[in-house]
Design a protein around this ligand. Structure first.
Ligand code: MN
Ligand code: MN
Length: 361
């Protein structure tokens, strides 16, 4: 075996399929197409600031996406890679992307398949200039009517209905982390063979952790439950938790998720009061749902802070949501604090009004 007894992605998918005698292999073909898009994006991202020099085809002009975020040339390239890799094969009936306002209708010449593909083609791209790890996130749902164009509302399925989810991370090593509902498995791209090789089967997130990740610059907008949780972590050994915690913040969802899958921890981008009327920062359909499935399949928990992410009924394609995930015990504790604390009820006993994380501004 050229990969040293470790299965490739292709072998892994074939073996998974053998366990489901009714399976047609279409899901495997779709995952393979997605993984090809990720390889192409990995190569492009690796050129960094030189990427423009080597592109032969004229690039679409970057603008502003539906979320009001600046689009980078690499966002658009990555979006194109996902569309081109997946539109022709007859496996999908429609696609939704962070970088497109509307659901994507396949070109007329291609057959419509039985799955829906939802993706964030390049996550963390606002930080790409600093050469931090970025990635691509994807979610797979069943089409309502296989063989026909998907309607926009067909994508509004709760995350529990995902048949698969994953991300690729473009870091020092390129990796693909995948679940098809039977555990979460990580593949490392073997650069000489260009093959995904199973390097981390059956990932398992430790139940407990002493590490949390949150954007502390938003602390004045946090809800009482989040303030309480973070205050208690910061109080360390002398506080109610009786232990010192580490804080992490990469501002790249894929990189944060990867760290938590590899060694535990908890991530919070909770609902806050910064922009009233906006339920959170991250997108439900192509960020929170796929990450939540990967986390649960690895034994962790993923929540809005109040309820399980995968049970949320989506209302629109680009819906945002508060997102808390990671080690099961910590996520359960944060949910409990939300239940305990009515809004505006918590004032930090540790830091008071003059503290760094004061409850009132
Ligand atoms: Mn993103
Ligand atoms: Mn993105």
């Amino acid at each position: 075996m050229p990969t040293g007894a470790r299965p490739t992605l292709t072998q892994f998918l074939i073996e998974e399929r053998r366990r489901h005698p009714g399976a047609t292999g279409e899901l495997n073909a779709l995952v393979t197409d997605v993984s090809l898009a990720c390889k192409a994006i990995a190569r492009k991202v690796a050129f960094g600031a030189l990427a423009d020099m080597i592109s032969a085809a004229p690039q679409p002009a970057p603008g502003v996406n539906v979320h009001g975020e600046e689009q980078k040339a690499l966002d658009l390239f990555s979006n194109q890679m996902f569309l081109r890799a997946n539109e022709w094969g007859g496996h999908v009936a429609g696609m939704v992307s962070e970088e497109m306002d509307e659901a994507y209708t396949l070109p007329p010449q291609y057959p419509r398949g039985k799955y829906l593909l939802l993706f964030d083609p390049l996550d963390g791209s606002s930080n790409i200039d600093v050469n931090v790890s970025v990635g691509s996130i994807f979610s797979i749902l069943r089409a309502e009517v296989p063989g026909e164009d998907a309607k926009p509302e067909d994508f509004l399925q709760p995350g529990t209905r995902q048949v698969g989810a994953g991300y690729a991370i473009y870091g020092p090593a390129t990796m693909l982390v995948l679940t098809l509902g039977t555990g979460t498995h990580a593949f490392t791209l073997e650069p000489q063979l260009g093959e995904w090789v199973l390097s981390h089967p059956n990932l398992s997130i430790p139940e407990k952790t002493r590490e949390f990740a949150i954007n502390a610059s938003n602390s004045r907008f946090w809800e009482p439950a989040v303030k309480r949780y973070v205050d208690e972590c910061l109080a360390g050994q002398t506080g109610p938790r009786g232990a010192d915690f580490n804080m992490r913040w990469i501002a790249s969802l894929v990189a944060e998720t990867h760290r938590i899958l590899m060694r535990g921890g908890v991530f919070m981008y909770p609902r806050d009061t910064k922009e009233p009327g906006r339920a959170g920062r991250l997108r439900l359909l192509y960020e929170a749902n796929p990450i939540a499935m990967l986390i649960e399949q690895a034994g962790g928990k993923a929540s809005t802070g109040r309820k399980r992410i995968l049970d949320v009924q989506p209302e629109c394609l680009h819906q945002r949501i508060g997102f808390v995930f990671g080690s099961a015990q910590e996520v359960a504790r944060i949910e409990q604090y939300h239940e305990d604390e009515p809004l505006d009820s918590y004032h930090s006993p540790l830091f008071g009004k003059r503290g760094l994380f004061a409850a009132t501004a």
